[in-house]
Design a protein around this ligand. Structure first.
Ligand code: URA
Length: 214
């Protein structure tokens, strides 16, 4: 499993504004989307393409197009939904699946409450979207879900991660068979989790900041 923390100055700038408690919801949503587009650019560096040729008005040109079937993007509900737009903007042809995971605030255990995914993920490149890698419980459960459907190429895109969350994923998936690739790409790696499971300094509750408190 590989973990990559982005050091792109534009991403750092946008994450800094995102963290600010004074940033209003409308700007927060726009920033999440922009950060994901920039992260997705890095995350898709290894995306599979197939060589092809096209006729320009002048001559034939060698090129490459995304290999079929198209990648699958899976936002984890609810906060991951705020990241979808930024990903689809970069790869409009992606197929979108949904995974609803809820975290028990007392036990911090994650469980699935909804899903809409292709039944067979063998050979599909999967991009899992979740803004906050906190305890890692949600992502551990989500990755297992995708592995059970046959996925072997999973890239997790997060905005902010905690060292505890990264360690939890490494413990669970660090020794997987070499035929399975799991990459984590995050815009920031923060200091720690607090006693309530929030990332410090983090940005608070990403779902609440995206959609308001419900
Ligand atoms: N989920 C959030 O939205 N924020 C955190 O800090 C941790 C989990």
């Amino acid at each position: 499993m590989k973990v990559h923390v982005s050091d792109h100055p534009l991403i750092t700038h946008k994450v800094t504004v995102l963290r600010d408690e004074k940033t209003p919801t409308s700007i927060f949503r726009e920033l999440i989307s922009e950060i994901v587009t920039l992260l997705a650019y890095e995350a898709t560096r290894e995306i599979k393409t197939t060589p092809t040729q096209v006729r320009t008005p002048v001559a034939m040109a060698d090129g490459a197009l995304l290999t079929k079937p198209d990648p699958v993007v899976i936002p984890i509900l609810r906060a991951g939904l705020g990241m979808l737009d930024g990903m689809v903007r970069l790869i409009p042809s992606v197929q979108v699946g949904f995974l609803g995971m809820v975290r028990d605030e007392e036990t911090l255990q994650a469980s699935t409450y909804a899903n809409r995914l292709p039944s067979d993920l063998r050979g599909r490149q999967c991009f899992l979207l979740d803004p906050m890698l906190a305890t890692g419980g949600t992502l551990v459960a989500a990755i297992h879900y995708l592995l059970d459907l046959g996925a072997s190429d999973i890239t997790v895109i997060c905005i902010i991660s905690s060292p505890e969350g990264v360690a939890a994923l490494e413990k669970e998936f660090g020794d997987l068979d070499s035929s399975i690739t799991i990459n984590i790409l995050t815009a920031a790696l923060d200091t720690k989790l607090n006693e309530k499971g929030y990332i410090v300094p983090g940005l608070g509750d990403a779902g609440d900041r995206l959609y308001g408190v419900v």
